[in-house]
Design a protein around this ligand. Structure first.
Ligand code: F0G
Length: 455
């Protein structure tokens, strides 16, 4: 069959409140044109993030009831640990309340002033946790990643020559090498198995552990199966095991590829590092058999991990974004190619060339999507990255708008609606105007800045 259907039926529904453009214009004024300020029940299609927004399955909800809330030694923990280990064979699996807690614990141990932490591209919480210790986060993604039109199949790959050079010249400053799969900040682009293995080999030769930020590991494995020579006939589960077999540990947000609404973990092979991490965990998260989670959350993750490597699901998952990407391309809306695993990234700077970067074309497009269609997306551009510590601002590399797809939540007609709203915006694009920031905090301004549209 040609149509790739949603491989599930819907048993529980959440009503969507349909707002009017007039209502949305008023709400935009109330929140200072910052979409993070909206109440989510004023949003028709919420593509702000794929994190924690998954629909859990009937099996996951059943597992929630099985959750055992004992403080120490809960069977929920052992079910969680064995589900993780079935895919990622690490010695120590340490639950945390979400991904950034795992990052904070790891970098509180290995970070510190003068240290360098290389990765393909650090996600912003990873970068933030590294920098909070005084260390420096270094992005070494391949050059193709910076070209939105490059059709490279693995635009998340780390540049091995630059990694080698960094380790050769400044190796004593580098405690570990990271790899983010898929590369969220770089457009949800995958990393090839060959690149993961080669990065592990370079790291090992220099005596450094490789730690994978595995938030979207299953989507990454699916891309390996579809795109990497020699992988087509292998199961996603086997590919996942291969991805992690060469690593020394991982950080994970179970809010992505574990279908959970909360949760994460830090996994490590090194006994000393794991002991230090557990000590820190007890201070900040909780006892090592629950971390920052309830037993029921651990059980939901355990079941989610079985479901996420289902190939029918992954085929549908990746197809959903490709489908939107193809329709937007046909409308002449420039997007980052190829379409990523969890999101479509629209190139707002190219779509709105009459709006200069310091008038925030990404924010302008995100605001228009809400005003005209009630869609909430996320600016990933000059608003997010353009603020410098001295209060001045610079244009970001790109001004993108991310349409992140929650897992198992929206249907094809929701996707068609998103495309229709874009059709309307394409007609009005010359009317779209930039914005000016009227107030902002000293850091992470995208969450709370207030804007005003320019006339
Ligand atoms: N690493 C990556 C690659 C991520 O995308 C995220 C979260 C994290 C780490 C942190 O995990 O949220 O559980 O603490 N990304 C979300 C997003 C917030 O919208 O992309 P967390």
């Amino acid at each position: 069959m040609k149509t790739i259907i949603e491989p599930f039926r819907i048993k529980v529904v959440e009503p969507i409140r349909i707002t009017t453009p007039e209502e949305r214009r008023r709400l935009l004024g109330d929140v200072g044109w910052n979409l993070f300020g909206l109440h989510s029940d004023d949003v028709i299609i919420d593509l702000l993030t794929d994190s924690g927004t998954s629909a859990m399955s009937a099996e996951q909800w059943s597992a929630v009831m099985r959750g055992d809330e004992s403080y120490a030694g809960s069977p929920s923990f052992y079910r969680f640990e064995s589900a993780v280990r079935e895919l990622m064979p690490f010695r120590h699996i340490i639950p945390t309340h979400q991904g950034r807690a795992a990052e904070a614990i790891l970098f509180s141990i290995v970070g510190g002033p003068g240290r360098l932490i290389p990765s393909n591209t650090h996600f912003d919480t990873t970068r933030g946790n590294i920098e909070a210790t005084g260390a420096t986060a270094v992005d070494l993604v391949i050059a193709e990643a910076h070209d939105p039109d490059s059709p490279h199949p693995f635009k998340g790959n780390i540049d091995l020559a630059r990694l080698e050079r960094l380790l050769r010249d400044q190796g004593e400053r580098v405690p570990l090498v990271m790899l983010t799969v898929t590369n969220n900040a770089g457009g949800g682009q995958p990393v090839s198995l060959e690149n993961i293995r080669a990065a592990a080999e370079v790291a090992r030769r220099h005596g450094k552990p490789l730690i994978i930020d595995g938030c979207r590991f299953a989507e990454n494995a699916w891309f390996i199966k579809c795109r990497e020579p020699g992988q087509a006939d292998r199961s996603v589960k086997d590919i996942v095991r291969d991805m992690f077999a060469v690593a020394d540990g991982m950080t994970m947000s179970a809010k992505k590829d574990a279908f959970a609404n909360i949760g994460g973990w830090l996994a490590l092979n090194d006994d000393m590092l794991a002991a230090a991490a557990r000590n820190r965990l007890i201070l900040t998260e909780g006892f090592p058999t629950y971390g920052g989670l309830a037993g029921r959350d651990l059980d939901a993750i355990a079941v989610g991990l079985h479901e996420i490597v289902d190939e029918q699901y992954l085929r549908y998952r990746v197809r959903t974004n490709e489908y939107i990407g193809e329709k937007l391309t046909a409308l002449g809306v420039p997007i980052v190619q190829p379409v990523g695993g969890h999101a479509v990234f629209v190139d707002a700077r190219r779509f709105l060339p009459h709006i200069p970067p310091l008038e925030y074309p990404g924010q302008s497009l995100a605001v228009a999507l809400y005003e005209h269609g009630g869609i909430r997306a996320c600016e990933i551009g000059t608003v997010m990255f353009g603020q410098r510590p001295d209060g001045t601002e610079v244009a970001a590399d790109m001004d993108l708008v991310r349409l992140a797809m929650p897992r198992r939540v929206y249907t094809q007609s929701h996707a068609d609606y998103v495309v229709e709203v874009f059709e309307d915006i394409v007609r009005r694009r010359s009317e779209l105007r930039g914005l000016r920031i009227v107030s902002q905090p000293a850091q992470l301004r995208h969450f709370t800045a207030r804007f005003e549209p320019l006339q």
